[in-house]
Design a protein around this ligand. Structure first.
Ligand SMILES: C[S@@+](CC[C@H](N)C(=O)[O-])C[C@H]1O[C@@H](n2cnc3c(N)ncnc32)[C@H](O)[C@@H]1O
Length: 302
């Protein structure tokens, strides 16, 4: 792992539907997880309806296409959402939107959370109460990692990468084999609210998830974008792997948590900007942390 060089991490507090601070074709990889449509713990009622949510995804997709370098990848961690007893096909709709924008659909990894660890709504309990046909609703312990690509990567470009950076970018084959990165199913423990107060009330994804994607799709010294930065997991993993990062986050109230999570030392430089369209700090009391299931970072409803 490359640790020697200084990496920079820019956090822009504002709405990522407009990422004008990021130059076109300047991003080497995106790793992100959009808010889950009208999840009660995130921003209840934030989207008037599902159509408005899809329009937001569509605008972000346009911006992602503009900022992504030719041949490079955008990874979106997302899942279908159960709202008022209806499953909304967010994975399919997000895939369609990204394809309509111009991205190629490269792959889908299924991220599986451990049975015992997942904090999910126990929908299967219905069948326990009514052990008859038609009462089956499975408990969801997975999310999708959708991998999109802007055109095709020119592998000849690898010859132009500085030899030190290239050798530092070599994939950790021990981790690759031991943790079965070769499969379309990744078993990774989800973030538990009790583990780290910096992730409390945020549907954070595990650092291991960002870690794998960053190693697999970017080179040391490159720049990783997360338009929905949340607690700053992508920036933290980027710093640890010798990559720079840019993150957008609408909630200015997360600033201190992001800075604390990413860390700040001689080799990790973090800066932040506050735009007019970010929202003011959300008070802890408004984060709806009183219900344990809701505190699980959104896993309750997926
Ligand atoms: C699912 S969380 C991301 C969690 C993140 N992956 C982590 O590990 O901490 C989504 C985040 O996107 C932010 N957000 C929602 N809509 C946004 C927008 N239009 N622009 C920027 N940030 C937004 C929310 O405030 C929330 O922190």
């Amino acid at each position: 792992m490359a640790q020697s060089e200084v990496t920079t991490h820019r956090v822009i507090f504002g709405n990522c539907q407009d990422m004008h601070e990021v130059a076109s074709e300047s991003i080497d990889l995106t790793v992100t997880s959009p808010p889950y449509y009208n999840a009660p713990f995130d921003y209840p009622g934030m989207y008037k309806d599902y159509d408005e949510y899809l329009k937001m995804l569509s605008r972000v997709s346009d911006e992602l296409y503009r900022v992504t370098s030719q041949g490079r990848v955008a990874c979106i961690v997302i899942d279908d959402m159960l709202v008022d007893g209806e499953k909304l096909p967010i994975v399919a709709d997000c895939t369609t939107i990204m394809r309509q924008t111009g991205f190629r659909y490269r792959d889908r990894i299924t991220w599986v959370k451990p049975k015992g660890y997942s904090r999910i709504s126990r929908r299967s309990g219905v069948l326990v109460q009514h052990p008859y046909p038609m009462y089956y609703y499975p408990d969801n312990i997975q999310e999708s990692v959708l991998i999109f690509q802007k055109g095709r990567f020119d592998y000849k470009l690898i010859k132009e990468i500085d030899s030190t950076l290239l050798s530092q970018s070599k994939i950790d084959s021990v981790a690759f084999n031991r943790n079965e990165w070769n499969l379309t199913v990744w078993q990774i423990t989800n973030v538990l609210p009790t583990n780290n107060p910096l992730e409390k009330g945020i549907a954070a994804f595990p650092e291991e998830l960002a870690n794998r994607l960053i190693q697999l799709f970017s080179f040391v010294g490159e720049t990783v974008l997360d338009p929905f930065l949340g607690s700053g997991t992508t920036s933290k993993a980027s710093a640890a792997l010798g990559r720079n990062s840019i993150g957008y986050e609408m909630n200015y109230g997360l600033k201190e948590r992001i800075v604390a999570k990413v860390g700040f030392n001689d080799s990790v430089k973090i800066s932040s900007e506050r735009r007019h369209d970010c929202i003011a700090p959300i008070a802890e009391k408004d984060l709806n942390l009183s219900t344990p299931l809701k505190r699980a970072g959104g896993h309750s409803l997926r």
